[in-house]
Design a binder for this molecule. Structure first.
Ligand code: C2E
Ligand code: MG
Ligand code: MG
Length: 252
């Protein structure tokens, strides 16, 4: 009941985490992450409501409300900045998803190529043929589609084989592998795998300059993590855009 009234009452809002160019540190855009400004419980993170929204059939409405907010916020940003939204496997079972996303973008005058859809493998994809149609339609419309949290779930390699992704987001759990030679070889091999399949790569969850230094030369295209910026409300994202100048994020 709280979820439903929260969606209707516009209690859900996107927070924005910076995504930077791995080599130059330049701000490329943001990932939109759901937050719930709950009237009694305060600001809630997605782990406390996304699974429930998926189970109760509210994930489509929630996602739509977030995108509507993100599109409004993105109108004020320079045109070269992109943004991504997270989409559950459940939503790939809906052939109307591409049209709904395009309609929202159109409302805000945002070009489809500025949007990336991140597929989170929170649960298995039920009908892979249907998911493939949805992903293909999104890409034909100019929206990019990437596989999120690669390496964190058992179904990742399977989806990679079945769905045509533009890119791969390598899960932050891989960062613990940086301490061993074998681990570093695995990370490099994942980047090579993505390259061979014609996909771009993002490494997420970089927290320290040491981690960032160890990742140099592995071939990642983009980077994300607390080192470059935490998820922040739209007002803070706007300030970041305005004050950043030529400063590289994450470099002090
Ligand atoms: P994700 O898509 O992999 O998003 C990255 C998560 O890692 C975010 O957590 C972010 O705050 C966190 N993170 C980023 N950098 C760092 C870092 O350097 N260190 C650490 N420890 N964590 C970092 P958040 O916001 O709690 O989101 C968790 C997950 O919830 C997301 O993982 C995504 O799978 C899901 N999610 C968020 N928003 C939505 C949404 O609108 N729809 C759906 N379906 N899922 C969403
Ligand atoms: Mg994501
Ligand atoms: Mg992720």
């Amino acid at each position: 009941m709280d979820l439903r009234s929260g969606i209707d009452g516009r209690e859900f809002q996107p927070f924005y985490q910076p995504v930077v160019d791995f080599l130059t540190g330049e701000l490329l855009g943001f990932e939109c992450l759901a937050r719930w400004a709950h009237p009694r419980r305060g600001l809630l993170g997605p782990d406390s409501f996304i699974p429930l929204a998926e189970d109760k059939g509210y994930i489509g409405a929630l996602s739509d409300a977030l995108l509507a907010g993100a599109v409004q916020d993105a109108r004020a940003w320079p045109l070269h900045l992109r943004f991504s939204i997270n989409v559950s496997p459940v939503q790939l079972q809906d052939l109307d998803l591409p049209l709904r996303l395009l309609r929202r973008l159109h409302e805000g005058g945002i070009e489809p190529h500025r949007l990336t859809v991140e597929l989170t493998e929170s649960r298995p994809v039920a009908d892979m043929a249907m998911a493939r149609r949805v992903v293909t339609t999104l890409r034909e419309a100019g929206i990019k589609v990437v596989l999120d949290d690669f390496g964190s779930g058992s179904a990742s390699l399977l989806s990679l084989h079945h769905l045509p992704f533009d890119g791969l987001k390598v899960d932050r759990s891989f960062l613990v592998a940086l301490d061993s030679e074998n681990g570093r070889t695995i990370i490099r091999t994942v980047v090579d795998l993505a390259r061979s399949l014609g996909m771009s790569t993002v490494i997420e969850g970089i927290e320290t300059p040491e981690q960032f230094a160890q990742l140099q030369g592995m071939g990642f295209d983009r980077a994300q993590g607390f080192l470059f910026g935490r998820p922040m409300p739209a007002s803070a994202a706007a300030r970041l855009i305005a004050t950043r100048g030529l400063k590289r994020l994450g470099v002090r």
